[in-house]
Design a protein. Structure first.
Length: 325
């Protein structure tokens, strides 16, 4: 585990949830039922992911993860999509497909200088071929910021960040996750505030900072040439829209009538509202409980199982318009 996740669990222990409730007995029963289940570690090699184990792999993972957030709009079931290679892609897959398509068209989207100088109009040309990407200007600003930082601190390549981190997620402030969350804060920082006992307690989720080494870990595990992540056990829960939806579906989480109504009507839950913070905090607690209860289960395996399962669920996920997830 890591210090960010430890802080989440510590603050959840004596916090009185008002809108999200954990059914601990259901968590135990579910974990017992899943104990013999074979969980998959995805290689993230299939399209629309970057297929090669070369120097551009880490660049692709980091650049796409930086803008991997919020593909829905409030009040609608519509999701960002694009058609590429004869297939319709949605959500994060659609975003990755757009980036891969751009590289095939000769657009040097993996180049740090290109990213620093990219315009909103150029972003529209890359992403808005079939549908409109939500929060496009925010994504543009994130790429511009990342391009600038890459050139000034990492010679233009995220691979250098990995190497300087020793391929560790956490390394006394200089690990992959730590460098992403604090040096590339516009893209990867993900903090919230919990009102508890009259104080505002900072919480750190850093979902996308976890996502980068998680994806790389799956690819490296399937590769004969890529260096391995050395501390995958330190990865924490990646709490987005899909993980809470899956946990609710399995009965491990339950929502108050007020919150359930807002979600069913596809109302936006404001960033840092009590609704959003409680959903993410409770989901993190349950995620960690399951990891602890099932021997040898890893965060990448559990995340992939819940994330892919949630996509089959017809009930809507909550919507928060933010750049964090």
């Amino acid at each position: 585990m890591n210090q960010w996740t430890e802080r989440l669990l510590e603050n959840a222990q004596d916090y009185k949830f008002q809108h999200v409730f954990i059914d601990k007995e259901k968590v135990r029963a579910t974990a017992k039922n899943w104990a013999k289940k074979v969980f998959k570690t995805p290689s993230w090699r299939e399209l629309p992911n970057y297929p090669f184990d070369d120097d551009n792999l880490i660049q692709f993972i980091c650049i796409t993860s930086a803008i991997d957030f919020c593909f829905h709009s409030p009040g609608t079931s519509k999701k960002f999509w694009t058609k590429w290679r004869g297939q319709k892609w949605t959500g994060s897959y659609a975003m990755s497909a757009c980036v891969t398509r751009a590289t095939e068209e000769g657009i040097d989207v993996l180049d740090a200088n290109f990213l620093e100088n990219i315009s909103t109009r150029r972003m529209e040309a890359i992403f808005n071929k079939d549908s409109e990407m939500p929060l496009l200007s925010e994504r543009c600003a994130i790429w511009q910021d990342a391009g600038y930082i890459l050139q000034h601190f990492y010679d233009g390549h995220f691979k250098n960040l990995f190497e300087e981190s020793g391929y560790r997620c956490f390394n006394e402030g200089a690990g992959i996750c730590e460098r992403l969350a604090y040096r590339f804060s516009r893209a990867f920082y993900d903090g919230r505030s919990l009102k508890k006992n009259g104080e505002n307690i900072p919480l750190f989720f850093h979902k996308k900072a976890f996502l980068v080494p998680l994806i790389y870990y799956g690819r490296a595990k399937d590769s004969k040439t890529l260096p391995q992540i050395k501390d995958t056990s330190s990865l924490g829960p990646l709490i987005d829209y899909q993980i809470p939806r899956a946990l609710c579906h399995f009965g491990m989480l339950a929502y108050s009538k007020e919150l359930a109504k807002k979600i069913s009507k596809r109302e936006e839950l404001p960033m840092n509202s009590i609704f959003e913070v409680e959903i993410r905090l409770a989901s993190a607690v349950v995620f960690c409980m399951i990891l602890e209860m099932i021997e040898n289960l890893t965060a990448p395996q559990l995340d992939y199982f819940l994330w892919t399962y949630a996509k089959k669920i017809k009930t809507p996920a909550h919507i928060t318009m933010c750049v964090n997830y």
